[in-house]
Design a protein around this ligand. Structure first.
Ligand code: T3D
Length: 262
């Protein structure tokens, strides 16, 4: 039923594949609507315990579809703030708040918002031939989709500033070395590797993983004292899950745990 993406659920994993390969999976308004719809379905589906995002073709995502922007001299300038408010910000907020892990498999070039959408995911794999570009500066824009927040945290202020201002293309290997992503893998192995991790995560204590996600995100603004308090509160919640009970019981009985996600 989708035109610009593919969406499926199997073995507890929702797979969202950006599918406008001729435009390197850049976002037009319709693709935004479809991604929104798919993420809503994933959140509502109790079977889903992990989300995998990837792209078809030689690119992962080239950010905003620039052919959708009328910048002719006689045209009214588009309100990019409205575009961010309506589409990109809700997308990043959703990815960050989904109560299960989000894995990104970056299959090719990730430019502009495409790069920062990847960095908003919890665990990022990239194909060796993939690359990352903060392309915004080249057309007079500012990194969006959380880039000015995630980049300094991922690579520190010196590298974040140069990446944002120079717009250099960073290879997947370099991105791994700098800690921008979890792992760079051979092209042919990307999808299998990412799927394997996603399927593994979908068998794990999902509520516990969601609490880990919350704790790590909160750490970027909390003091140690606040974070210690938060860990206490989240551990209290984690300790009330069936999966915690199962985890300890399985350990003591020297058997493999069977987690149900709550
Ligand atoms: O507007 C708002 O709502 C504000 C929000 C902004 C968010 C943003 O993401 S702004 C940044 C937008 N993205 C870019 O500036 C990146 C533009 N693309 C590129 O710089 C290059 O395409 C790449 C570096 C990503 C890849 O280069 P290359 O040489 O491998 O491929 P290519 O030949 O440039 O692209 C292949 C095709 O995809 C080509 O179409 P064609 O000639 O084969 O018909 C190209 O036009 C198209 N394409 C690539 N990126 C975009 C795009 N078409 C529309 N929009 C794109 N962003």
């Amino acid at each position: 039923s989708f035109q610009h993406i593919e969406y499926s659920v199997e073995q507890g994993v929702a797979i969202l594949t950006l599918n406008r390969p001729a435009a390197l999976n850049s976002f037009n308004a319709d693709m935004h609507l479809e991604v929104k719809d798919a993420l809503k379905q994933a959140r509502a589906n109790e079977q889903v315990r992990c989300l995998l995002i990837t792209g078809n073709g030689r690119g992962f995502c080239a950010g905003q579809d620039l052919s959708d922007r009328n910048v002719a001299a006689d045209a009214d300038m588009p309100d990019l703030g409205a575009s961010i408010e309506k589409n990109y910000n809700p997308l990043i907020r959703t990815l960050r708040s989904l109560p299960f892990p989000v894995i990104c498999a970056v299959n090719g070039v990730a430019a502009g918002a495409g790069a920062n959408i990847a960095f908003a995911c919890d665990i990022v794999f990239a194909a060796r031939s993939a690359s990352f570009i903060q392309a915004f500066c080249k057309i007079g824009l500012v990194p969006d989709s959380g880039g000015t927040w995630t980049l300094p945290r991922l690579v520190g202020p010196a590298r974040a500033t140069a990446l944002a201002m120079l717009g250099d293309k960073i290879s997947a290997e370099q991105a791994e070395q700098w800690g921008m992503i979890w792992r760079c893998v051979e092209d042919a192995e990307l999808l299998d590797t990412a799927l394997q991790s996603a399927r593994h995560l979908a068998t794990q204590p999902t509520t516990g993983l969601a609490l880990i996600k919350r704790a790590l995100q909160a750490s970027s603004t909390n003091t140690l004292d606040q974070q210690l308090d938060l860990e206490r509160d989240l551990q209290r919640l984690a300790g009330r899950t069936e999966d915690y009970r199962e985890g300890v019981a399985a350990f003591m009985q020297k058997r493999k745990p069977e987690f149900r996600g709550h």
